[in-house]
Design a protein around this ligand. Sequence first.
Ligand code: SAH
Length: 196
Amino acid sequence: MVKKQIMARGVKDRGVLDAMKKVPRHLFAFESDLSAAYGDFPLSIGFNQTISQPYIVAYMTEALLLQGGERLLEIGTGSGYQTAVLAELADHVFTIEVIKDLSKTAEAKLRKMGYENLSFKVGNGRLGWPDEAPFDAIMVTAAPEVLPEGLVRQLKIGGRLVMPVGVGDQILMRYSRTLSGFSTESLLAVRFVPLR
Ligand code: SAH
């Protein structure tokens, strides 16, 4: 169901499509939303936060250009849904969430589902995770006003950071670390909750 929906919207990466098919989105939704869990729209997870619609989760994952075996940093664990999709594709996912309740709930859920290649942290994701850097790729699922440049410095050379940026009208951006600095691409108009 989700796979058809996101293929129709142009997501092609086989690994991403398989991961999206494998992770049961309804396990991350509220009971009252169970019938809506696979719809083409975001879902509430409490605390005024949402899980992005399936297409955006798939699009952002594809934009990381993963080939398998990566060390990933995710900022904004939320429900853990995106974390699970990333855990299907990467060697290890380090994930940071500022709201403790969300982090603990996501951790318990993902452990119960059997994911072992995950590390959780409660804190301000703007700072990244210096002790575990550098990463092959970083995904941020809340929008800062401008690029927090310190995050780019936690990428390996050639590594990618995918993140919505802006206030009100936001653009999904991809920053790629180069030998001399980083390159910038604008990918898509999006709407995310603000990064605190
Ligand atoms: N990817 C999540 C949804 C993310 S919603 C999912 O699949 O469910 C954005 C999340 O970013 C929220 O949980 C919010 O609490 C978190 N967040 C906002 N600012 C943050 C910050 N500075 N550091 C870490 N997490 C942050």
